[in-house]
Ligand binder design. Structure first.
Ligand SMILES: *Cc1c(COP(=O)(O)O)cnc(C)c1O
Length: 380
C-alpha cells in the first residue's frame, strides 16, 4: 500500500535543515534572536510594508491586528462567511461581534457590494464597526480596488487576512499590504511554513510596537517583571523563524510548482461539462489550493463522489470551508447572505495542491481523476 497523497503537505528539505541547525548551534533557542529579526525584515520587504511582527500563529496575528486597529468589546466586525474559523474566532476573542457576508461565485472572495450595503445598514443602526476583514481566499486577493476606498470612505479600518495569500498580488501590489495591517500564517499546510507561526505586516510602526508588547505578556521594559495590562504569549521562536527564512527563499519556486499543478487541473477539467476551477482567472494568485466547483445538473456527478473515489485510492481532498454562519459556534451571528458560500461548500472540492508533490504523485492524481471521469463519475 503506497502512502496517502496529501492535500498540501509541508515542503521542506536540505535548505530548511541547514537554517534550522545553524540557528540551533548559534545558541538562540529562545523566542528571540537574530533569525527572528531577519525573518521579520525579509517578510516585510517581500510584502512591501515598513515592518512586521512575528507571532506563534496566523490566528494570533489576526487577534493582535484587530486589537491594533482599536476593535473593542461590543464592536461589529465584518467578516466573510466563507473562511477558515480563525478569522471569526479572533473577533470573538475580543468580545466583538462578527457579522458575516457572502462571497463572489467566481473567486470565493467577499462580495464587495454586500460589504457596501452592510456598512450602510450597520451605520444607520448606529453600530460601531470596528473593522472590515477581507480574506484572500485560497491565495487570491480580494478586490482591494473596490474595498480599500469603500473602507476609507466609511472610516472603518481594513484588516487583511492574508493567511493563505503570501506571494500573491492584486494589480501588482503584494497580498498583506492592503489594510492598516495584514495577517499572515505559516501553519504547516500553508504556502510556506514555520511548522506553526504567523506575522503582522504594516506600515504603522506604533501598531506594530503595541502588537509586539502584547505578544510578550505586555511586559514593561524593566529588569523585574512589571505588567500594567493583560498580554499574551504569542511570540514566534527564533528556531522557527530560521525555518521560515529558508522557506521564504524558496517561496517563488513553490508558487511556480503550485501554479503548474493548477494549470494541469485546468487542462484536465476544461472539456468536462459543469466543472470549473475557482478563481482560475486570477493570474496573480499564489495558487495555494486548487478548488473545483461541480454543478451536478451538468456534470452528472457531485464533488463528494470524486472525493470518495479519490479517498478510496489514497488521495486526500477536502470540501471548501464550511461557511461561518453554518458553524454552531457562530450560529447567533448576524449575516448578509446570497447562498453563494453555501453553494460553494456543497459543490466545491480542494484537490492535492502541495509544492512537495512528486511528479509521480501528480501523475497518479491526474490519472485517477481521469479514470473517474471516464467511468462517468460513479464512485465505485
Ligand atoms: C490558516 C488561516 C488562518 C489561521 O492561521 P493559523 O496559523 O492556522 O492560526 C487564518 N485565516 C485563514 C483564512 C486561514 O486560512
Amino acid at each position: 500500500m503506497s502512502q496517502t497523497i496529501l492535500l498540501s503537505p509541508p515542503d521542506v528539505g536540505p535548505l530548511e535543515e541547514s537554517y534550522l541547525i545553524e540557528a540551533l548551534r548559534s545558541g538562540w533557542v529562545a523566542p528571540a534572536g537574530p533569525a527572528l529579526q531577519a525573518f521579520e525584515r525579509e517578510v516585510a520587504a517581500r510584502v512591501g510594508t515598513d515592518g512586521a511582527v512575528a507571532v506563534s500563529s496566523g490566528t494570533a496575528a489576526l487577534h493582535l491586528a484587530l486589537l491594533g486597529v482599536g476593535v473593542g468589546p461590543g464592536d461589529v466586525v465584518i467578516v466573510p462567511t466563507l473562511t477558515f474559523i480563525a478569522t471569526a474566532n479572533a473577533v470573538r476573542y475580543i468580545g466583538a461581534r462578527p457579522v458575516f457576508v457572502d462571497c463572489d461565485p467566481q473567486t470565493g472572495n467577499v462580495d464587495v457590494h454586500l460589504v457596501a450595503d452592510l456598512l450602510k445598514r450597520l451605520r444607520s443602526r448606529g453600530e460601531r464597526v470596528g473593522a472590515v476583514v477581507p480574506v484572500d481566499m485560497f491565495g487570491s486577493c480580494a478586490d482591494y480596488t473596490e474595498l480599500a476606498p469603500l473602507c476609507a470612505e466609511a472610516g472603518v479600518p481594513l484588516v487583511e487576512d492574508a493567511a493563505e495569500a503570501l506571494g500573491a498580488s492584486h494589480r501588482g501590489r503584494p497580498a498583506g499590504s492592503f489594510g492598516r495591517v495584514g495577517a499572515l500564517s505559516f501553519n504547516g499546510n500553508k504556502i510556506m511554513t514555520t511548522s506553526g507561526g504567523g506575522m503582522l505586516v504594516s506600515d504603522d510602526g506604533e501598531l506594530l510596537a503595541r502588537a509586539r508588547h502584547l505578544a510578550t505578556q505586555a511586559r514593561e521594559p524593566m529588569l523585574h517583571y512589571e505588567h500594567r495590562e493583560i498580554g499574551y504569549n504569542y511570540r514566534l521562536s527564533n528556531l522557527l523563524a530560521a525555518l521560515g527564512r529558508a522557506q521564504l527563499i524558496r517561496l517563488d519556486g513553490m508558487i511556480t510548482r503550485r501554479r503548474h499543478l493548477r494549470d494541469r487541473y485546468a487542462k484536465l477539467f476544461a472539456p468536462v461539462p459543469g466543472v470549473r476551477l475557482l478563481g482560475v482567472e486570477d493570474t496573480e494568485s499564489n495558487c495555494w489550493l486548487s478548488v473545483i466547483v461541480v454543478e451536478e445538473q451538468r456534470s452528472g456527478w457531485r464533488a463528494a463522489d470524486l472525493a470518495d473515489y479519490l479517498a478510496q485510492r489514497g488521495i486526500e481532498t477536502r470540501p471548501v470551508w464550511k461557511p461561518m454562519h453554518l458553524q454552531p459556534v457562530h450560529a447567533g451571528a448576524e449575516s448578509l447572505l446570497t447562498g453563494t458560500a453555501e453553494r460553494l461548500f456543497a459543490e466545491g472540492l480542494t484537490l492535492p495542491s502541495g509544492s512537495a508533490l512528486t511528479e509521480s504523485q501528480v501523475t497518479t492524481v491526474l490519472a485517477t481523476i481521469d479514470e473517474f471521469l471516464v467511468g462517468g463519475g460513479s464512485a465505485a
